[in-house]
Design a protein. Structure first.
Length: 451
């Protein structure tokens, strides 16, 4: 039976294919579908080409891409049952943070790694610890292509030097999980650093690709309010008037903490935009599905990491500040890793309450954990978030969430992108500051630290 005949037969049986996912609205670009596809009829999204390519002529309509897609549906109830069985290991549960064992704040003991990292360098340090102790044979992280140093790519790194070079956040979303097709053939066990949506995709894949559970020894999740397509990077590059061939290195969180997006040029120069203003470009370059994501804290990782914006950790002298990481230990092996790294003097960390972790992110919790339900009611193709309870949203918040949703819709339009392309970066900074005032963002810990 050829592809076409098998496709027709399965379609009659009621099986789904890639078109049923409604990828225009649902796709995270995570690459889970690419990994499970038995005929390789799906090709991954890449930076600058954020679209899964479907070759229908090779499709069997086998239902797998539909089943594993985290953009279409996330069953929080089932994932919680699988990962955090009730009555075992003393799990605590929080409606905003998910299940966990212990919370910490900390930083790398190695000053160079701490300064090079986005916030504390803890992820890089723990990967090096696991590599040195022989618990992993490599780490799956996003770095940059050697031949095109402005273009992010996911790779398996097996040496200390490679892992350190790949440290720091990369603000561009693409098919990070597609590499897992290669990982299934690799010898050894590995750590995966991923975003919440990508981890959800991995967890949905595991019943169909059980070998992945054997291969991925640790999952490190990164807090994520939203990400941007690579077009945002290109937008800034063009605003600076930089030619691609003149770029020596690109870093998204460079310089004095919390850093900013910096292009290093071959002639020795550099051009930067600070992290605060760069992040407001998300209103323009946000992937559609990111508007309806309800997972900020990477709820299904072994360890979840993010910035720590507690004002008491910093001084009013920027040159004296270095980053701290918020750390959520969710599984026993994740918690054990943190304790061993502390004991071995690889990281400095102390236990904190869940309230202390959330203190850094009031605006993001408002936007992502409450606002997501308002945005979902306003869109006909919003995803199914099963088993997640809608919180009580103050009536006074609804206008804010509706207005912000309209901003995202207008900001993502081609006309608006053309309009902002006419303005200089300095004018855009002024507009961003004005927008922040109009939206009346709360003076949260992050803003206090940045000020």
């Amino acid at each position: 039976m050829n592809y076409k005949e098998r496709y027709s037969l399965n379609k009659k049986r009621g099986f789904k294919d890639f078109s049923d996912i409604k990828a225009k609205y649902s796709c995270h670009y995570c690459g889970a579908c690419v990994v499970v596809c038995p005929t390789q009829c799906l090709l991954p999204a890449t930076p600058g080409h954020e679209k899964i390519i479907w070759h229908k002529e090779r499709c069997l309509c086998c239902n797998l891409c539909f089943k594993v897609c985290p953009g279409r549906e996330v069953d929080y109830h089932q994932l919680n049952k699988r990962m955090f069985p009730p009555g075992k290991n003393g799990y605590q549960h929080d409606s905003e943070m998910g299940s966990f064992l212990t919370n910490y704040i900390g930083y790398s003991k190695w000053e160079d790694i701490r300064r090079r990292g986005s916030s504390g360098g803890v992820i890089t340090t723990l990967l090096l610890y696991l590599l040195e102790k022989g618990e992993i044979d490599g780490a799956i992280v996003v770095g940059f292509k050697k031949e095109v140093p402005w273009l992010p790519e996911t790779k398996l790194y097996k040496s200390r030097q490679e892992i350190i070079a790949a440290s720091q956040s990369k603000y561009a979303i693409f098919s990070h999980l597609a590499i897992l097709r290669q990982i299934q053939r690799e010898q050894g066990r590995f750590a995966l650093v991923a975003l919440p949506c990508q981890i959800n995709g991995l967890k949905k894949m595991e019943p169909y690709r059980p070998r992945l559970k054997e291969k991925i020894a640790y999952i490190f999740g990164v807090f994520c309010g939203y990400n941007m397509v690579y077009e945002a990077t290109e937008f800034v590059r063009k605003k600076f008037g930089i030619q691609k061939e003149d770029i020596k290195e690109l870093r998204y969180r460079n310089g004095l903490w919390p850093g900013g997006m910096t292009f290093y040029l071959k002639d020795g120069g550099k051009k930067s935009i600070d992290d605060f203003h760069y992040h407001y470009l998300n209103a323009v370059f946000l992937p559609h599905r990111c508007r309806y994501c309800g997972d900020f804290f990477a709820q299904y990782a072994d360890l979840s990491f993010g910035d720590c914006w507690l004002p008491e950790l910093y001084t009013d002298k920027p040159e004296e500040n270095t980053g701290w990481s918020s750390i959520i230990a969710r599984t026993p092996k994740g918690d054990s890793l943190i304790l061993r790294a502390i004991e071995g003097k690889w990281i400095v960390a102390r236990e904190v309450s869940k309230e202390k972790v959330k203190e850094s992110f009031p605006s993001m919790l408002k936007y992502k954990k409450r606002g997501v339900f308002v945005r979902m009611t306003l869109h006909p193709y919003s995803p199914r978030l099963v088993g997640i309870r809608k919180p009580k949203i103050p009536l006074a918040e609804y206008p804010y969430h509706v207005l912000y949703y309209m901003v995202l819709l207008i900001g993502g339009s081609k006309i608006f992108k053309w309009v902002i392309s006419l303005f200089s970066l300095s004018r855009l900074r002024w507009a961003i500051t004005l927008f922040k005032g109009i939206m009346k963002h709360p003076r949260d810990a992050r803003n206090k630290v940045l000020k």
